[in-house]
Design a protein around this ligand. Sequence first.
Ligand code: HEC
Length: 192
Amino acid sequence: MRLSLVSASLIVLAGMTAACGGSGDSSAPAAPAAETPAATPAPEAEAPAAETPAEPTAEPTAAPADEAAASEGSPEFASLPAPYNTADYARGRRTFKLCQSCHTTAEGAGALVGPNLYGLFGREAGTSEGFAYSPALQEADFIWTPDKVDHWLENPQTFLKGNRMTFAGVRRPDDRTAVIAYLMTETGYTGE
Ligand code: HEC
């Protein structure tokens, strides 16, 4: 009789602690945290339940959002093919300042020291209307692609021997990618 009373009360106690632990796992973080000091006799069941919700909720929201913003290109370039869609618009416009004393980009804007560049991509080299090209560019037999312009700007002298573009080139690859992306948006690039 005594034994069964003791075991009965143990079962009741066990049931109570189990109920406590159970509600700590599933309910809002604030409730188990407030109960922890009062429930010290059964710390093993309570302590982990109180700590787990606190840590993961705090950190991971902020960091990935920042990284995503940093790796995206400028919205002006969003519709261009890779890698030009990840280029920086401000860098492209700044780099084009190296070209603008000799080149215009708008349709029909005319030649300066160099030919007008409207419609450059997909056009045969040396064929902008109204410009007297060097024999090297007149005889060149290729279509301007973003990749060809990249090589031309890397070193105008060696890309096509005998051309008359007296320009040292654009050394930094990310400057070239950005200025080509800028040219695409300014010269009516259509995806060819
Ligand atoms: C000092 C003047 C000058 C500067 C600066 C200059 N160019 Fe040129 N560019 C020329 C000349 C002149 C030609 C034509 C060369 C020839 O006929 O041999 C030319 C030709 C070109 C062509 C070939 C066009 C065609 O119709 O085949 C491209 C593309 C070009 N330039 C892009 C650029 C870009 C982009 C920049 C700036 C990063 C730049 N150029 C800077 C003078 C310049």
